[in-house]
Design a protein around this ligand. Sequence first.
Ligand code: TIU
Length: 220
Amino acid sequence: MIEIPAEPFPFALDPAHTALVVIDMQRDFIEPGGFGETLGNDVTPLAAIVPTVAELIALFRAKKWPILHTRETHKPDLSDCPPAKRLRGRPSLRIGDEGPMGRILIRGEQGAEIVEACAPAAGEIVVDKPGKGMFYATGVNDLLKANAITHLVFAGVTTEVCVQTSMREANDRGYECLLIEDATASYFPRFKASAMEMIRAQGAIVGWTTPLAAFAGAAG
Ligand code: TIU
């Protein structure tokens, strides 16, 4: 067991039963012209964490610990995109519309790909998810159980939307969850801070948080 200094108290993990989950580090959320920007967001806080997420991925690769990447995507015919999701709000481009990086959030389009610095390597799992949470309509729970994974280390975007939703879903399925503080970002810095507080409140009601340096120091 490895004990990671974390809030609200140390997080103990067994590397044989731990996976890194990198949520939605896609061009559509991080680069100008993608889904995030069409929703009216400034994407710069997301771009800022790319090197830290890459460092975290490199650490797991060096240890040969498992890595799972998610992508929020939809089928080209949008059969897995509820109208309520497509029609929500007043984006400049809706899911499925043609944008500068191809059709917004559509599997196989350039914008739906993970940014190069965080790109999955051979052997790493890539999960396409139609929802905000990683467990909805993906089969990922069976995959994790088949690999005897009980502990999940989270990174990615955005903290209060897909990361927090995935952590809450993971909790209900019995996983212990640790969020790497500087390897996650929101379009709204105050939402990131609030989400992290909510996650670790009430004795880690959703999970633990810690910076990458603390995680790396303890992981050795
Ligand atoms: N809009 C926003 O903050 N996030 C998303 O739509 N998806 C993810 O968080 N991946």
